[in-house]
Write a protein that binds this ligand. Sequence first.
Ligand SMILES: Cc1cc2nc3c(=O)[nH]c(=O)nc-3n(C[C@H](O)[C@H](O)[C@H](O)COP(=O)(O)OP(=O)(O)OC[C@H]3O[C@@H](n4cnc5c(N)ncnc54)[C@H](O)[C@@H]3O)c2cc1C
Length: 416
Amino acid sequence: MTEPSVRVIGHQWARDAHAIKDFLGRNQVPFRWLDLDRGRRAGALLEEMGLTGAALPVVLLADHTALEDPPIEVLAEHLGMHMHADRTYYDVAIVGAGPAGLAAAVYGATEGLSTVLIEKEAPGGQAGTSSRIENYLGFPTGVSGAELASRALTQATRFGAEVLTPVAATKLTIENGYKTLELSDGNSLTCRGLIIATGVAYRHLPAEGLDRLTGAGVYYGAATTEALAAEGQHVYVVGSANSAGQGAKYFSKFADRVTVIIRGPDLAAHMSQYLIDQLDETPNIEVLPHTHVTKAIGEDHLQEIELENLETGEQTTVPASFLFIFIGAEPSHEWLGETVACDEHGYILTGPDLIEDDQLPADWPLKRHPLHLETSSPGIFATGDVRHGSIRRVAGAVGEGSTAIQLVHRYLAEVH
Ligand SMILES: Cc1cc2nc3c(=O)[nH]c(=O)nc-3n(C[C@H](O)[C@H](O)[C@H](O)COP(=O)(O)OP(=O)(O)OC[C@H]3O[C@@H](n4cnc5c(N)ncnc54)[C@H](O)[C@@H]3O)c2cc1C
């Protein structure tokens, strides 16, 4: 096996080190992690490079550039990621490169639209963090989210979609039907058709100490880059839906023992039966019912968690170095301001869901009804998990992303 050309040197429990490892891992940049707390190799390398006393973590690149505690954008620039748009106008801009956004980019580019896809973290979205997607058509033995994302990204770019990452859409303004997006790189671009595919992000668990220790033993989602460090350890997983089940299964390959903490009596209410069966068949996974986490304890990293039995009120404190939290997710799209109508939970309303008591929204400006997937603002479409009524599955997101391009075509035909 060839040595990865990127090396990251730091302390296992440092939040900045976790953020960099997570970014590289999710963007499929091969790297070697050198832990200063394990063995002498990492320290010796820093000394050899004249970097003793450097701000940690240090990222060493193939050309021997050493970046000291780099912000993600700086690291991305050094890695040659495409962060600045080539043009100022596109027929369609897509915000979010999860399955919905990637599908829209493939269809937009193949159907002759100038297409830009903007992603703030890593292509693949939530699906990209899944260790094994088993119910997506065409993959009878499952496919890892990372592989699915990488294949889709290759497909989108091969057909000519421009993909900007890591870049966030930070503001939207509309003038005469032209939509202008401000971006986190300080630039802006304008489009006629806009597809919002920003999905959902993990909901935070409101327990004492958790925020302070996030990235230092407490992780939201699968954080697969930390799995090797969990080797031989007792890992705790919080959550009772499919993502928690997949996480538990994944960590059981590395950890000595995995405990899944759930509030209810069993997994039946929220988890698919095939996953429940898999957890049952894995000897080092156990489920702790009627329980929630009330506190995370540790100085610079997680050392113990406090648990409460919801039936008896009994509290126990157990040693724990790894807590992975999968407790559902919610949409976040403050950058849209008030431009599109949402339901009470922030999911974007589209098509028939905008019509109440046979009435179109008061500010809907056209004679026609909003198209299926069109928001309360003409020419802006919402797809995938961010949309009210979405089925919250990869196949649903892919279907909606592809369909939205047809609707963009119809909209563009109207305005030209
Ligand atoms: C661990 C896990 C396992 C799962 N397993 C399965 C499974 O086995 N089968 C299945 O069918 N479904 C599964 N799901 C659900 C599935 O992944 C989601 O339904 C799907 O990813 C939704 O796709 P999406 O494109 O709508 O949104 P997302 O996947 O959430 O992607 C949204 C993207 O938008 C980006 N974004 C957000 N805001 C901005 C902004 N302002 N600017 C730029 N980019 C932005 C985000 O960074 C993200 O990459 C799983 C989910 C998780 C978390």
